[in-house]
Design a protein around this ligand. Structure first.
Ligand code: SF4
Ligand code: SF4
Ligand code: SF4
Length: 323
């Protein structure tokens, strides 16, 4: 595939603009380099914007997407958790504001219910869903990359059974439990231990079920925020569809880690509801039958718009996301 420079340039300009706005407008230095040496934040902006442009250059080619998506998602998660660990060890410049919370996606849902007030994370999540649909769960969440790594092996053909029922039950369970903890004024210590236990079970699901199935079972079935993303992603006009050139060869089935390309989805000409628009499946289809849609844009333009938004957001998150 012939690579062009328009997309990388657009990512560079947009990322640099967003980070410049944050550098100028935020009352406290939000960029890490600026925290150590005044003015160095500008160099960080240039480096991060160049990084975003390079990733966009690579990911233009659908064949490069599975490798690069995994790479950049892992880089983001490692950067996020490294800063948290270094911050907890005493270098508090690596922390956002010193107000710690558990780095488990479930807390994006449970935290505001428990405290009775909205925080920055749900607002950030909703904003990214409006802009990019389910891309939060394909490369923007700080936790899901580990499920991606766990599921790296061969994708098993078997169907994940009772998917909708399990997802709905866990979502309802988390909401009810959080309301109960609040209503009964259960101590912060017990509530925190309950949240940690939920996180540990999640890690076990990754290590056992995701690894065994070669699918992201934690993200597909267990994580309640993933379920919310699956439900609300339709507020964004981005879609993935299969056109009439599909000959039902089923080759793409084994390229989806989100269990969204099962034979019934392919016959129905659209991926299942757990599709995150990750784009890993595109290159597996020799006839280019799997396509992005955004309103009435051409599929290639819709894909470029999707890459532009998700890669720019990824680069900005890499620069500023920390606890
Ligand atoms: S399903 Fe949960 S852990 Fe997985 S990427 Fe989405 S929010 Fe993150
Ligand atoms: S690989 Fe392409 S042609 Fe084959 S089933 Fe998937 S979408 Fe259809
Ligand atoms: S169907 Fe394709 S785009 Fe959707 S999650 Fe699966 S691999 Fe990603």
């Amino acid at each position: 595939m012939k690579k062009e420079y328009k997309l990388p340039l657009a990512v560079f300009i947009f990322t640099a603009t967003l980070l410049t706005f944050m550098q100028i407008k935020m009352p406290h230095p939000i960029l890490l380099a600026e925290r150590f040496v005044k003015g160095l934040g500008w160099l960080e902006i240039a480096i991060i914007a160049t990084y975003g442009a390079y990733v966009a250059y690579k990911m233009q080619d659908p064949k490069e997407v599975p490798k690069w998506r995994k790479k950049i998602w892992t880089i983001f998660s490692v950067a996020f958790f490294s800063q948290l660990i270094i911050g907890l060890l005493g270098a508090d410049k690596f922390l956002m504001n010193g107000k710690l919370h558990l780095p488990i996606p479930m807390m994006i849902l449970a935290g505001p219910i428990y405290r009775g007030q909205l925080s920055i994370m749900p607002i950030l999540l909703i904003s990214t869903i409006i802009l990019t649909g389910p891309a939060w769960c394909s490369q923007l969440c700080y936790f899901g990359a580990f499920d991606g790594l766990s599921s790296s092996g061969k994708t098993q053909k078997g169907k994940l059974k009772y998917k909708a029922q399990i997802k709905a039950s866990i979502l309802v369970f988390v909401i009810i439990m959080t309301i109960a903890l609040r209503l009964f004024e259960v101590s912060l210590l017990i509530s925190t231990l309950a949240a940690i236990s939920f996180g540990l079970v999640g890690i076990s699901v990754m290590l056992w079920f995701s690894r065994k199935n070669g699918k992201m079972v934690h993200c597909i079935l267990y994580c309640p925020v993933g379920t919310i993303v699956n439900i609300t992603r339709f507020i964004s006009p981005f879609r993935m569809y299969i056109d009439n050139s599909c000959d039902l060869c089923m080759r793409c089935t084994s390229h989806c880690k989100y269990d969204a390309l099962r034979p019934e989805h392919i016959k129905n000409k659209k991926p299942g509801f757990s599709c995150t628009l990750c784009g890993d499946c595109l290159a597996s289809c020799k006839g280019n039958s799997i396509k992005y849609r955004f309103l009435n844009l051409k599929p290639e333009t819709a894909r470029n718009l999707y890459l532009f938004l998700t890669i720019s957001l990824h680069a900005c998150f890499l620069a500023v996301a920390r606890i």
